[in-house]
Design a protein around this ligand. Structure first.
Ligand SMILES: Cc1cc2nc3c(=O)[nH]c(=O)nc-3n(C[C@H](O)[C@H](O)[C@H](O)COP(=O)(O)OP(=O)(O)OC[C@H]3O[C@@H](n4cnc5c(N)ncnc54)[C@H](O)[C@@H]3O)c2cc1C
Length: 412
């Protein structure tokens, strides 16, 4: 039997996309070698961060990088064993940060964010997902007047893109909004409409349950290659083959390996990130906190606290360095005196990252029967519902609701 659509990857992108394709009337099979939300979508910070419209590759970022790299446990690191391998990606990242490219990338990121926000609102109601959300807002914290002033251009940009926020210049107001915070934070920006899930893994599992409840199938399969057939695609797994009319590759940080089997080379890398999840009662966190200068956040997960972030450009095979999670937790304990740091669980995840900070959403260069949906970097949860709708339109041969040219695989 030829299936209509096979989705490779049961992370937040694959499962959300599968649900959308099912809603459009397709028979959909999701394949994943590890199961539902078993990789990056399991342990992220749980934020739908629609205000983060600015691409990571911002003008001037390469001047800041050397300072960060000097501290091996700082917010950005490159293990020496990976330095040569990441060099071509870094070069593309630098090119993307140049002012002429940056403006277009900012537009593309902002457009996908706005589209994804509307798509998420619809998704929440169609899957009855409100019980898995927290609408507490987010506070981005600064430790000095100078740091705060330097951030104002980013806030201006957010205002231009319709994001509501309040700038807080009084430590007393900040302390009232988040009791227990160190007084070192003198300024902040508060984004009231920021949204978090109570647990990113539970969010994807819930979507998967809805999908399966409506007749969708999810199977454990390790995908090796894709090959075009007279009509449709053959998916070669470790234990057999499956034929499909269309295939969506949503395999996160591993997607380029599958694309390469078609002869498509996509410069996907991974920005590894770390966190520690503390049990319920660790701290009375009132909202999502972002410690800007230190590259990490604290979010409420299942009533506990998840402290995480950092970027390690270390590829897919080097062992994790959990000292990075230890350092973030130490810093969090200094910033939130009273944080109970015992009983935590450490985690490392692989952000799937393209050098220009925006994903690939579009047909493969090699076959219109294969649609790519990967490379969402720091924002996969945030952009999942929008990505799903765009892939749905592509699979159905419809005009996409926003221009897809910035996200095309052919841009590399
Ligand atoms: C520390 C950290 C914090 C983050 N915080 C946030 C946040 O707050 N908000 C946000 O929006 N984003 C956040 N992110 C980013 C977000 O987690 C990712 O962008 C997102 O999870 C990517 O989803 P995905 O479905 O593309 O990939 P994944 O969740 O990694 O799923 C890919 C799936 O493909 C499967 N797969 C891979 N290869 C194969 C194969 N050959 N055969 C079969 N299956 C295969 C894997 O098993 C996996 O299940 C964070 C990331 C990190 C690391």
């Amino acid at each position: 039997m030829t299936l209509q659509v096979v989705v490779i990857g049961a992370g937040v992108i694959g499962i959300t996309t599968a649900l959308e394709l099912q809603r459009r009337g397709h028979s959909v099979l999701v394949l994943d070698r590890k199961g539902i939300a078993a990789e990056t979508s399991a342990g992220n910070a749980g934020a739908f961060a629609f205000s983060e419209v600015e691409p990571l590759a911002t003008p001037g970022i390469m001047r800041k990088a050397p300072k960060w790299l000097l501290d091996p446990l700082g917010p950005l690191s490159i293990p020496p064993a990976y330095a040569w391998k990441i060099a071509p990606w870094m070069y593309r990242f630098w090119r993307a940060s140049r002012p002429d490219r940056y403006e277009n990338l900012l537009g593309a990121q902002a457009s996908l964010m706005a589209f994804s926000k509307t798509a998420l609102d619809q998704l929440i109601s169609t899957v009855d997902g409100e019980h898995l959300l927290q609408r507490d807002g987010q506070m981005q914290l600064y430790e000095s007047e100078a740091e705060y002033r330097a951030s104002l251009s980013t806030w201006k940009l957010r205002r231009e893109h319709g994001i509501e926020f309040e700038l807080l210049e009084s430590p007393t107001t900040i302390a009232e909004m988040q009791p227990g915070l160190s007084p070192r934070f003198t300024h902040a920006g508060f984004t009231p409409n920021w949204l978090n899930t109570v647990d990113p893994k539970r969010w994807v599992e819930h979507l998967a349950e809805v999908f399966q409840g409506r007749g969708g199938r999810i199977e454990r399969k390790d995908i090796r290659t894709l090959s075009p057939q007279e009509s449709g695609m053959r998916v070669a797994c470790a234990d057999g083959t499956i034929d499909a009319a269309k295939v969506v590759i949503a395999a996160g940080a591993w997607s380029h390996h599958i694309a390469q089997s078609l002869g498509d080379r996509i410069p996907l890398e991974t920005e590894r990130g770390y966190n520690t999840t503390l049990p319920e009662g660790a701290f009375d966190l009132r909202m999502h906190l972002t410690f800007s200068r230190h590259g990490f956040v604290a979010s409420k997960i299942n009533g506990g606290v998840r402290v995480g972030g950092a970027v390690e450009l270390g590829g897919l095979t080097l062992p994790p360095n959990y000292k990075r999670a230890d350092i973030l937790l130490e810093k969090a304990a200094a910033f939130l005196p009273g944080l109970k740091t015992e009983g935590g669980t450490q985690w490392m995840g692989y952000r799937p990252s393209l050098p220009d900070s925006i994903p690939v959403i579009g047909p493969s260069r090699k076959s219109a029967d294969v649609v790519y949906a990967f490379g969402h970097g720091h924002l996969g949860l945030t952009q999942s519902a929008g990505t799903a709708e765009l892939v749905g339109a592509l699979v159905d041969g419809q005009d996409p609701p926003i221009s897809l040219s910035p996200y095309a695989a052919t841009r590399f």
